[in-house]
Design a protein around this ligand. Sequence first.
Ligand code: TXA
Ligand code: MG
Length: 324
Amino acid sequence: MTVEPGTRVMKAEATATAAAVRCLAAGGLVAFPTETVYGLAADAGNGEAIARLYLAKGRPRFNPLIAHVADVERGRAIGRFNDAAERLAASFWPGPLTLVLPKRAQCAVADLALAGLDTVALRVPAHPVARELLASFGKPIVAPSANRSGHVSPTSASHVLADLRGRIDMLIDGGDCPVGIESTIVALLDDPTLLRPGGVAREQIERILGRRLVDAPVADDAPLAPGMLASHYAPKAKLRLNADAVGGDEALLAFGPSLVIEKGRPVLNLSPRGDLIEAASNLFSHLRALDASGAGTIAVMKVPNEGLGEAINDRLTRAAAPKP
Ligand code: TXA
Ligand code: MG
């Protein structure tokens, strides 16, 4: 992991937007103001940038990230909007509402940002700086709140610097965030469900939907009990961790120099050169591909428990847990 030596701080104006777009396109991390809280942006399609984003937040855990888009049309290219989603988007976007929807198969957001889930959280922010950044970048941006893991969300540039100075490439200072609390998150998968209260009040949403929201809080930055709603990706195959040999109907998920295996056995390598950032960016897509090979068990070679390895092992352990 290369932690950048310095964080460039720029006042919100056109030159800052242009610099931020170049930085994102090069795989960098940019903190920027939204109307709710400051976000930490990465190119939603760049798995390695997203891996570095989790690392920059410290104590990394692969929580799924919100994909920010410029308008509802771009959102429709990523998630599948039902009638309720269309109505909420029409009423509250741009603004502090995030919709969790089924993701489209050819979705432009990297598997790592979705933590392997089949759903995607989408939001069109209202802050002029965020809107300009999204319009200029022209692609979705994933952005968790720009704080260290476990800290409160930042609502000013100085909060961001206190947590992340030197760990991110750039910060656009747009002053204080007007709303000051995170977006409301509503899942529209079956019954409309309130995952996180936030900048749009429950009653406003219920009025548009003409029905009550079901309650189900997401645990932010906290370990989730198995079976909780912000569910985790789980392969159909069993997982066997710390494998140093393979047999039977096992597929191999390798890390670093691979075990020698016979021809025809499914194998994918998280990172042949043993790079944990690369490994993180491949984790969910490789698990899915090996699962699709029809193997009964995926044998996973040992991944060192340092840097992003901790988050990788956290997810592997959850995926290996017996299913309810
Ligand atoms: O106001 C906001 O939403 C801010 C600004 C920057 O946009 N962002 C923010 O992101 O608060 P974050 O990562 O701090 O919180 C996002 C929450 C996490 O609890 C995550 O688990 C949940 O959204 N989430 C994201 N994708 C999800 C999904 N597909 N299903 C369920 N929960 C999801
Ligand atoms: Mg957060």
